[in-house]
Design a protein around this ligand. Structure first.
Ligand SMILES: CC(C)(COP(=O)(O)OP(=O)(O)OC[C@H]1O[C@@H](n2cnc3c(N)ncnc32)[C@H](O)[C@@H]1OP(=O)(O)O)[C@@H](O)C(=O)NCCC(=O)NCCS
Length: 204
């Protein structure tokens, strides 16, 4: 059992060089978590293809790391390109957010940290509304979202949470851009370490 205070969580943006790590995180989710995350018990093959398609222009991904292990992730995905450089004040992007934390790391505040990071990213990248689709019996996600005063409404068989993102400030934009640069460096570094790690250690 992992003690609540026994680890530090690092949240950073994920880049294409993190694709394998993100895929492996998704594949560690058990059937119930996969159902809660994707609305169905998704196969390994589906998750491999899903991860490969998560780094497009409309996607912002963040990972939660404990001792270098990606144990959680948050996704903000839109069918429009999300770029802070393109006049975020004028953009009214709608994006869908999704969260996943591996079982052994839950109820330690990681989901909440990822949620805050997604809110900040939305603010600074011109995303106006965030939608979170979760099943009616997914109490964990609903309670987490309620902490952020998301208002839920029923739509067909899913709960949809809408949260209007706040407007960015010059400070928040600079902070976001510099954070992204640092995260990009960390991502390349992690990819190098991963490439040098023997296969049996990677799967441990
Ligand atoms: C939902 C999920 C991301 C929460 O991650 P987490 O790291 O456990 O969340 P946190 O520890 O930050 O919890 C924050 C708050 O959310 C609420 N919460 C989280 N899980 C809960 C649960 N199982 N039951 C009741 N409340 C819960 C609590 O209010 C909690 O605060 P507290 O621990 O101080 O009481 C995680 O359970 C998960 O990955 N589930 C499977 C995938 C999924 O359902 N994704 C959502 C659909 S996109």
């Amino acid at each position: 059992m992992i003690e609540r205070q026994s680890f530090n969580v690092e949240i950073r943006r994920l880049w294409p060089s993190d694709m394998e790590g993100f895929r492996d995180h998704l594949m560690r989710l058990d059937p119930r978590s996969r159902r809660e995350r994707f609305g169905g018990g998704m196969s390994d093959d589906f998750l491999v293809r899903y991860a490969e398609n998560c780094f497009g222009q409309g996607d912002l991904l963040y990972g939660a790391f404990v001792d270098g292990h990606m144990c959680g992730a948050a996704e903000l995905r839109s069918n429009k390109a999300i770029w802070s450089e393109q006049a975020p004040f004028d953009r009214h992007i709608h994006a869908e957010a999704a969260f996943s934390v591996e079982n052994e790391y839950r109820r330690r505040g990681i989901g909440e940290k990822l949620f805050k990071r997604i809110q900040r990213a939305a603010t600074n990248h011109g995303v106006e509304t965030i939608e979170i689709i979760c099943l009616p019996d997914n109490i964990g996600m609903q309670r987490l979202a309620q902490k952020f005063r998301t208002h839920f409404t029923f739509e067909e068989n899913a709960l949809t949470g809408r949260l209007t993102a706040r407007r960015p400030t010059p400070y928040s934009l600079v902070r976001e851009a510099s954070g992204d640069m640092l995260d990009f460096g960390a991502s390349l570094f992690d990819a190098q370490i991963r490439a040098l790690t023997p296969t049996e250690e990677k799967s441990a």
